[in-house]
Ligand binder design. Structure first.
Ligand code: SP5
Ligand code: ZN
Length: 345
């Protein structure tokens, strides 16, 4: 398999996220990916590549231009407010809630940060845009390699992407790498693409991006949003709208779910992917379903990720893996590489 890794990921290193009235160390750290890279040294799964330039025209079809402009200029505007801001992360503190307008972009910087976000847990720093853009390029290049006949590839990148929507960041995500991979596969000729999200958290950004489209089937297996982040989307009754009616599948599962039950959800999602006639598969791969994950509540063990990979391979589709969450830092490498090893058989 071909693995596109993001050589700029270290440039994104948020310091703090808001949790219960305190700023606490951000869970989404550069070390996460470093552990995957070192596990790949021990157990190589294929050639490592760095990405080319990101295709901005493609990115503009998934994300709103005014949102991309905001991301590209945010750090410059932030330090222009006060040079001392260079030592601080950008974090939102005000949002357009119900009854407030989001069609008019305010001039005030903090108001714009809130307009384009949905939580106070997603810090931006000086290198966030460069890292996110190189990550998007990894996803697009991984998709192109599969479209060219590679069979399977991976975008090994951070920041993650599946919570980012058309014009908002959140959940540690800025650009929706999995959505970009799906769109690139469509553009390369796959009539229908499936996105099967196995991260612990619902892939709200991906769902929103494709909710009214029939050409990209989205499925997500995740902690029940009644109690788990991102809380406000991911219920089973969200099945798609308009042309996309019937083209979204959510399988929320309770806290404490182990692989015995989880794999039944995966089989159900795989059956749907086959029924929808997908010609290519994108797997937003979060390993925060691990029993030792500090912010999640499923009970998967490291060996279960081998079986997860085997089950995903049973779809017999050209497949692009895209790295998402997983915060038990020391085990992220073993768990991710187990999925790849299981997939390759
Ligand atoms: C890509 C991805 O997995 N994003 C997840 C974003 C989760 N953000 C909310 C984190 C809440 C952390 N709560 C800390 C509880 C442990 N003391
Ligand atoms: Zn997650």
């Amino acid at each position: 398999m071909l693995i596109f890794h993001n050589p700029s990921h270290h440039l994104h290193a948020g310091r703090q996220e808001m949790f219960r009235g305190r700023l606490v160390p951000c869970h989404e750290t550069p070390a996460r990916l470093d552990h995957v890279m070192s596990e790949l040294q021990r157990r190589p799964m294929g050639a490592l590549h760095t990405p080319g330039e990101a295709d901005m025209a493609l990115i503009r079809r998934i994300h709103a231009p005014r949102y991309l402009d905001f991301l590209a200029t945010a750090w410059t505007e932030w330090i222009a407010l006060d040079p001392a801001n260079a030592e601080l992360d950008i974090l939102p503190s005000v949002w357009p809630g119900r009854g407030l307008r989001y069609d008019v972009e305010p001039r005030n910087f903090s108001a714009r940060v809130g307009l384009f976000s949905f939580d106070a847990g997603t810090p931006m720093n000086a290198g966030t845009w460069e890292a996110a853009l190189a990550g998007a390029a990894c996803a697009i290049d991984a998709a192109h390699s599969v479209a060219g006949g590679a069979g399977v590839s991976m975008a090994l990148t951070r920041p993650p992407g599946h919570h980012a929507g058309p014009d908002f960041f959140g959940g540690y995500c800025f650009l929706n790498n999995s959505a970009l991979a799906a769109q690139a596969l469509r553009d390369a000729g796959a009539a229908r693409v499936a996105v099967l999200d196995v991260d612990y958290h619902h892939g709200n950004g991906t769902q929103t991006i494709f909710y009214e489209r029939a050409d990209v089937f989205t499925a997500s297996i995740h902690g029940d949003p009644s109690t788990e982040y991102p809380f406000y989307l991911g219920h089973a009754d969200e099945t798609g709208q308009g042309e996309g009616a019937g083209c979204n599948l959510n399988i929320p599962l309770p806290a404490g779910t182990d692989f015995e039950v989880w794999q039944q959800a995966l089989q159900r999602a795989l059956d749907e992917v086959a029924r929808m006639g997908a010609e290519a598969l994108v797997v937003p791969l979060g390993v925060d379903t691990f029993e030792g994950d500090p912010i999640s509540r499923f009970k998967l063990r490291s060996a279960d990720y081998l079986r997860m990979g085997q089950m995903l391979a049973s779809a017999k589709l050209p497949t692009v893996f895209v790295m998402e969450g997983g915060y038990a830092v020391a085990e992220v490498g073993v768990n991710v590489v187990n999925v790849l090893e299981g997939f390759l058989g």
